[in-house]
Design a protein around this ligand. Structure first.
Ligand code: BGC
Length: 990
């Protein structure tokens, strides 16, 4: 059970290495839970007797999801040994044949699903090694060292974008009647180098005929470490535990959880900066005998991370724990307890059988630590356990430890933010209970289970949405929609003990969900027994917005919920599918909103460290951090510049600029040198074919000239650099950036605008033709929002064009007609459109866009029942369901929530003063909705000096304003029709 009262101490408390004498400890014993392993390498030796031709290996056998029609959308329900994937070597036909059995209703066991040809040379001798590398739905098959080809056996689609079939599940071999062969040395290895051996079975002891064997390879459990130690019987002044893990850990001291953190030590680029935590355990420590119990799980260290093939073991394939307890007695003497193999013991027999962030947790409550076999702990080394493969080709290596540092964590750990209780339950099929938590969130369940029989298996599955009652989802209506979480299974299993009341709370996984399905119980647990722990690094909000428009209020709530769900150790794109990555583009556009919503200075400072840790030697900023690499380009990489800037401006924190400045400069140099085409000056990002991502998920992206979007962001980056250099007193740099900024702005205007009409002219960068007019919203937004057009007359024309594109109906690239006042913008330009309008005197249009309810708009998802921000503005519609986007479709993605900053800075008008970072002095410039649709708005922002309040109300023809300025702060007030004035602390009415 949680112990939220235990406080963590300041990690700065002790500056010297607190781990002196401590060793990384754990066990080299492995765990394999075959039903939860979608990526692996299976191999076997195949000896075919003279006169015979064929023998097969089997994998993916008896997957429980295919043995119960309630657990799949394929309509299959197989009996024992009726479902598997079979890979057959056929010497006669000179082929390797793949058969898929029991995965879909159409599968025919004896019918070849796909064949790969085998060259004669590979069949020269009677014995061969067959290797099947499985990356989600793809089989890569080799004979000896030769790759024969790939076969996609996924019944729903290939790659990690689809529910993963097969899992490893049961493995075995098959020799037909009339054939004589031997399949031996069957091995399963980890997918990623150094490809640790997970399972070995001798297989057939001799050649035989008519044999079909499927066996369950699972074994082991997650490691638990134990240490009993004695504390002297004298007064303790303080006791501090320093701890971290390769993997994630949870410590209990004398049976009580230490601290309130979850998923510690969080995700970082572990080979560069590995964070440790610090807990004050003075109150938990007993005089005399004490005991530590430490549970370890894969977490991000060796578990799954990213959508990619081979997405396991990015940092290592073994778990380890490092800790040191420092006790200070009142008489001045000290004692320490450190992790060392000599005094710690370890078991893999504990109740947590397996736990994965993506796949879920399997707990067998019949297994007890009291009955476990304890062995001496082992010292764990990295050598031989870290891969030399990276995430994609552009990411840095994770086995490079030259600049490794073990550092104290200074940002808040993920903790329980709040607890939800299920709001309703329905039995959607006999025995299938679906609970609605009333809110999409990220976290874990906490379920009280009553009257279970010992050994009873209860299954929990998690989804953001249910299948609606539309013809294309026939048969699955009301069931969990799991296609969008793709290669993450998100399934917990609980095997009951004989206790009458049991609590299931899986601490070593994390799910993104609103709906929870419980099966395997005789009776649906009561709503009160079904709780959800909302886990987030955000522990409090510093901003509030409320208005006369309830839909906008829900939008605001949705933005907050998406921030909660995606600020978990790192800022992620989404918390549910097989991704959960620190995508930079998403953060870049959301960061200003985030800085209003909560005090994220420390959280984002840590993240900028991760960004710097994976910056490439040539200066390239990553699209993803930690891990690095990918293909996004400038819009994504710019997070390395925009995030430190937003923190600096919001919090007045120059230290984050100082930390990042050199890295920012290197990136700017790279852009100048490599991203701009020498001959033309065009921003191509060094690639005329595909330079990188544009206005991601924009409905009219097919028409957009990406070079202009990149160029505009480069200009924004230059402006930031100029400000950063000035703030840091680097005046020469500031002057140089200022010059570049002016030049680039001029080039931009010359290149992209027709001076007579202000229309956007295509540069000729793919897929546009040079000189072509591209009259769409996203052509105009950034130049207006970033103040790129200095010439006022031209700016007015460009602005008129933006207005025109908003006022006319639009058509999406896939032919959907959208009414006037639709958001025809993607991740990037949606974040800036309201500013572009307000900066140019059209807040009326910003309010119209804000309050539009038809697709595509911010409120459309709200009208469809959204409780978080969606990845797509039409992730779900009542008419079109998921619109065919069943897999690339997160319901918890904060990017489109970037409008939050406009609500704070323009609608309430609590805005930063460009001349004075932080809010000691700020600009107060609320803008009442000129359209009259919204009649009042009010809210607050908590600064370090106190709460700023702002509100306006339209009554009759008049607007009334009310402000509170905290002690020690002042503001410049700008109200329409009134001269600017300075306000000091206190309440002000106008
Ligand atoms: C993520 C996005 C991300 C994008 C970049 C997606 O899969 O979910 O939010 O920015 O990839 O390609």
């Amino acid at each position: 059970m949680l112990c939220l009262a235990t406080l963590s101490c300041s990690p700065k408390a002790e500056s010297a290495d607190p781990f002196t004498g401590a060793k990384w400890i754990g066990t080299s014993e492995r765990v394999l839970y075959a039903d939860y392993l979608p990526q692996f390498i299976l191999s076997a030796d195949i000896d075919i007797a003279p006169g015979s031709a064929r023998a097969s290996v089997l994998l993916g056998g008896n997957d429980p999801r295919l043995m119960n029609a309630d657990l799949n959308i394929l309509g299959v329900e197989n009996g024992p040994d009726e479902s598997y994937v079979r890979v057959e070597l056929d010497r006669e036909k000179k082929s390797v044949n793949v058969y898929r059995t029991g995965y879909t209703k159409a599968d025919v066991p004896e019918k070849v699903f796909q064949s790969l040809a085998v060259a004669d040379s590979l069949l020269a001798d009677g014995s061969a090694k067959l290797t099947v590398q499985v990356t989600y739905n793809q089989l890569r098959i080799s004979l000896g060292d030769v790759i024969l080809g790939r076969v996609n056996v996924g019944p729903l689609g290939g790659s990690g974008d689809y529910i993963a079939y097969p899992q490893l599940a049961d493995v075995g071999w098959l020799v037909d009647e009339g054939q004589t062969a031997r399949v031996s040395n069957l091995e399963v290895r980890e997918i990623r180098g150094p490809n640790a051996l997970l399972y070995h079975i001798d297989g057939m002891t001799a050649a035989a005929s008519g044999v079909k064997v499927l066996c369950e390879p699972s074994y082991g459990g997650m490691p638990v470490l134990r240490n009993s130690f004695k504390i002297k019987k004298k007064d303790i002044e303080s006791a501090t535990l320093y701890a971290t893990a390769r993997g994630i850990y949870e410590v209990s001291l004398n049976g009580e959880k230490v601290g309130a953190d979850f998923l510690a030590p969080g995700l970082s680029q572990y080979n560069k900066h590995h964070y440790y935590q610090c807990y004050d355990v003075t109150k938990q420590l007993l005089k005399g005998k004490n005991e530590f119990l430490v549970s370890l799980a894969e977490g991000w260290w060796s578990g799954e991370l990213t959508y990619g093939s081979g997405n396991r073991n990015y940092f290592g394939d073994q778990l380890a724990f490092l800790a040191s307890l420092h006790v200070k007695y009142s008489d001045g003497s000290t004692q320490s307890v450190v992790t060392d193999p000599a005094s710690w013991r370890v078991t893999t027999d504990g109740p947590v059988v397996y736990a994965s962030l993506f796949q879920g947790q399997v707990t067998d409550a019949q297994r007890s630590l009291a009955d476990a076999k304890w062995k001496p702990a082992e010292e764990m080394v990295l050598d031989g356990h870290v891969s030399d493969e990276t995430f994609g080709q552009t990411a840095p290596r994770t086995d490079e430890y030259e600049n490794w540092q073990l550092v104290p964590q200074e940002d808040p750990s993920p903790r329980v933010f709040t607890t939800l209780t299920a709001e309703s339950v329905s039995e959607v099929r006999p025995g299938v209970y679906v609970y609605d938590m009333g809110q999409n969130f990220a976290g874990i369940p906490s379920i009280t289970l009553r009257n279970l029989k010992a050994g009873q298996q209860v299954r929990f599955r998690y989804a953001e949405v249910l299948y609606p009652d539309l013809p294309e989802y026939q048969g699955n209506e009301g069931m969990l929609m799991l296609e969008n979480i793709r290669g993450a299974m998100a399934q917990d299993l609980y095997i009951a003990s004989r206790e009458p009341v049991q609590c299931f709370e899986p601490h070593f996984t994390q799910h993104g969900y609103r709906y929870l399905e419980i099966t395997g119980v005789d009776q649906a647990p009561a709503l009160d027994d079904v709780k959800g722990l909302v886990i987030s690094s955000v522990q409090g909000f510093t901003a509030h917005y409320e208005s006369s428009n309830p839909l906008v209020n829900r939008l605001w709530d949705n933005i907050r919920w998406s921030m909660l769900g995606n600020f978990i150790s790192i800022p992620t794109d989404c918390p549910q599918r097989n991704e959960r990555m620190g995508w930079s583009g998403d953060l870049s556009v959301f960061s200003r909103t985030a800085t209003y919503l909560s005090d994220v200075d420390a959280f984002l400072t840590r993240h900028t460290q991760a960004i710097r840790d994976v910056q490439m030697p040539d200066g390239r900023m990553p699209d993803v951090a930690p891990l690095g690499g990918a293909f996004g380009g400038l819009l994504w990489g710019s997070a390395g510049i925009t995030v430190p800037y937003e923190c600096y401006r919001q919090y007045g924190d120059t230290s984050i600029l100082a930390l990042n400045y050199e890295a920012m400069q290197r990136y700017m140099d790279l852009i100048a040198k490599k991203y701009i085409e020498k001959e033309t000056g065009l921003m191509t990002q060094g690639n005329r074919g595909f330079g990188g991502l544009g206005d991601w998920l924009g409905p009219q992206n097919g028409q957009l000239d990406n070079s202009a979007i990149w160029d505009a962001y480069y200009i924004f980056d230059l402006q930031i650099m100029q400000e950063a250099a000035t703030a840091l007193g680097r005046n020469d740099d500031a002057a140089a950036y200022s010059q570049k900024l002016a030049d680039r702005k001029k080039q931009f205007v010359d290149r992209y605008f027709d001076k007579a009409t202000g229309r956007f002219i295509a540069s000729g960068y793919r897929p546009t033709k040079p000189g072509q007019i591209i009259h769409i919203q996203s052509s105009y937004v950034l130049p207006l929002a970033f103040g790129i057009i200095e010439d006022e007359a031209l700016r007015r024309k460009v602005m008129n064009n933006l207005v025109e594109t908003i006022l006319r109906p639009g058509v999406t690239d896939n032919g959907i007609s959208c009414p006037p006042y639709s958001l025809m913008t993607g991740f990037i330009t949606t974040a800036w459109i309201s500013k572009a309008l307000s900066d140019n005197g059209r807040s009326d249009m910003a309010y119209r866009l804000l309050q539009q309810t038809s697709y595509p708009s911010w409120l459309y998802p709200v009208t469809q029942g959204a409780t978080t921000i969606w990845e797509r503005l039409d992730s779900y519609t009542k008419e079109r369901g998921f619109g065919g986007n069943n897999s690339m479709n997160s319901f918890n993605h904060y990017s489109f929530g970037a409008v939050g900053q406009w609500l704070m800075s323009r609608s309430l008008g609590i805005d930063r003063d460009p001349a004075m970072p932080g809010f000691k002095h700020f600009i107060l410039r609320p803008e009442a909705d000129p359209t009259g649709q919204m009649t009042w708005a009010k809210g607050w922002y908590d600064t370090p000096y106190g709460r700023i309040e702002s509100g306006w109300k339209r009554s009759g023809g008049k607007v009334e304003y009310e402000f509170t300025i905290p002690e020690g702060c002042s503001a410049t007030l700008r109200l329409p029709g009134m001269p600017e004035q300075e306000l000091t602390a206190g309440r002000h009415l106008f």
